[in-house]
Design a binder for this molecule. Structure first.
Ligand SMILES: Nc1ncnc2c1ncn2[C@@H]1O[C@H](COP(=O)(O)OP(=O)(O)OP(=O)(O)O)[C@@H](O)[C@H]1O
Length: 483
């Protein structure tokens, strides 16, 4: 831990100043959201602590936001894009350069200023389709970080006519914070398009009933957008030329958003271009997408497969939680670890472990649901640049978050789903590597009883890959695994 981290008020260790620096001008925290976490080197019997004993709840919107905040580049993906065209007779058109798209000069300037040299894989196909005449409807799915946001922002900015002072492009996002992030991309890309203005239809943005919105682009959450279109009549939905529904998978996870989105879509004119984006494509997302987007073209980019090849997997038998910690220290001290992530089941264990490790003199970061999203992003950022070599986190908190370059993963508790069954998918995602870029990795599972052993055996069976026993008192053996 750093000097700041060894103090009592641990929450401060996630230096708020750094957080605001790395996140920019948007304040994502709400007034009442101040971090409650306190770091005292061990669990306490207080209300806070009882709360920290709970399993955290998965929050897709938070995961998505976190991924956006920590990402600085396109995600590598070597899979082929699958395209299903509305009109199978029309030629499949893809571009390798932004020039081929004949964008308005001020837009092309914006694209280059951000540092994009050529379209990403999904953009190669999605952009010509979205910019075609007449405009085409599109459902696009690809994992987070593949360039979806940039693609639809470009489509919106291309269609907008700055001479008209009414809303022409409407984008809905699942949360206030996600809407702000997309707004930021619109502002960046449209930097040289000075007559085009953007309005945020998000909670707290009170509008006077009497004045119609003059901004050409509106981005907001479904509830507020619906109010602006219906109750307040600030937007004329019939004048919308491009409608974007972003993060459809996150959207449908929130009650009410699905219906609100459909109600908004029903008010649009027939000629309005409709676009839907999603990182995943379960049946529920697909069913929703088909209800919202008539006659769609479909583009899919499958997530790169992760494998357990090249990964050495071990388990360590322990008698208790304390014993787990001692074993962990034995392993940790004996091998020169580049960077390690340690996963715990509850906040309480994660807090406790962070305290113990820091007392042993290790520099550790702690990622827990008690922190605000800003602070979590700052913790991950510090870890990414190597300020901490160890990142301790809870199972739920790190789900869906990609932190590359981790060579050692330690499951302090085995991954289980909400019903306590082995969570194979999470195990693979934590430990596995994508084939092409795969480096060697090391996974160590701490086992402290019959139950966790059974879970691990099931995981082992599922992947049909041996998980070997490691004796942490045998230094020779430990050194062997690191070589
Ligand atoms: N053509 C491009 N060339 C280089 N970088 C790009 C390109 N398109 C997007 N990026 C960058 O890649 C990152 C991911 O892009 P983007 O946010 O558009 O992806 P996404 O699929 O929408 O992911 P998410 O849903 O998590 O936002 C961003 O940092 C973005 O600036």
């Amino acid at each position: 831990m750093t000097a700041a981290m060894a103090t009592d008020s641990w929450a401060l260790a996630v230096d708020e100043q750094e957080a605001s620096k790395s996140i920019g001008k948007f304040r994502l925290m709400e007034a009442g959201d101040a971090p409650k976490s306190r770091f005292n080197g061990g669990p306490k019997r207080s209300d806070d602590c009882d709360k920290s004993d709970e399993e955290e709840k998965e929050d897709k919107a938070v995961q998505s936001l976190l991924n956006k905040l920590i990402r600085s580049n396109l995600v590598n993906n070597t899979n082929q894009v699958e395209v299903l065209q509305r009109d199978p007779n029309s030629p499949l058109y893809s571009v390798k350069t932004f020039e081929e798209l004949r964008l308005k000069p001020q837009l092309l300037k914006g694209v280059y200023e951000i540092g994009f040299n050529r379209p990403s894989k999904i953009q190669e196909n999605a952009l010509p389709m979205m910019l075609a005449e007449p405009p085409q409807n599109l459902i696009a799915q690809s994992q987070s970080g593949t360039g979806k946001t940039a693609a639809f922002v470009l489509a919106m900015l291309s269609q907008v006519d700055s001479a008209f002072k009414w809303v022409q492009c409407l984008c809905i996002a699942p949360t206030y914070e996600l809407a702000l992030q997309t707004g930021k991309v619109i502002e960046q890309m449209g930097k040289f398009y000075s007559d085009v203005k953007l309005a945020y239809a998000v909670r707290g943005h009170r509008m006077d009933r009497s004045c119609k919105i003059k901004e050409q682009i509106v981005i907001g959450t479904p509830g507020t957008v619906l109010d602006w279109c219906t109750k307040l009549k600030l937007i004329d939905p019939k004048k919308i030329k491009v409608f974007v529904l972003d993060e459809a998978d996150v959207m449908i996870a929130t009650q009410g958003h699905q219906d609100q989105s459909i109600r908004i879509q029903r008010m649009l004119s027939k000629g309005c271009q409709m676009l839907l984006f999603s990182a995943t494509f379960e049946d529920s997302v697909w069913n929703f997408a088909k209800r919202v987007i008539p006659d769609p073209n479909i583009i899919k980019l499958r997530r790169e497969e992760e494998t357990l090849d090249n990964i050495k997997q071990y388990y360590v038998l322990c008698k208790s939680e304390e014993d787990k910690f001692d074993s962990l220290c034995n392993v940790y001290g004996a091998i020169t670890i580049a960077q390690a992530m340690i996963f715990c089941r509850t906040r309480k264990t994660a807090n406790w472990l962070a305290g113990q490790m820091s007392e042993e003199g290790h520099q550790v970061g702690l990622l827990s649901g008690e922190l605000t999203v800003e602070q979590r992003a700052a913790v991950i950022q510090r870890f990414k640049v190597g300020k901490e070599k160890v990142l301790i986190t809870t199972n739920v908190c790190a789900r869906g978050i990609d932190v590359e370059q981790v060579s050692v993963v330690i499951n302090f508790d085995p991954p289980v789903d909400k019903d306590g069954y082995p969570d194979n998918e999470t195990y693979l995602h934590r430990i596995g590597r994508t084939g092409r870029f795969g480096k060697r990795g090391l996974a160590i599972n701490m086992v402290d009883g019959q139950k966790s052993m059974e879970i691990l055996r099931k995981i082992e069976k599922h992947f049909n890959k041996k998980i070997l026993r490691l004796d942490t008192d045998d230094l020779d053996e430990i050194e062997k695994i690191a070589s």
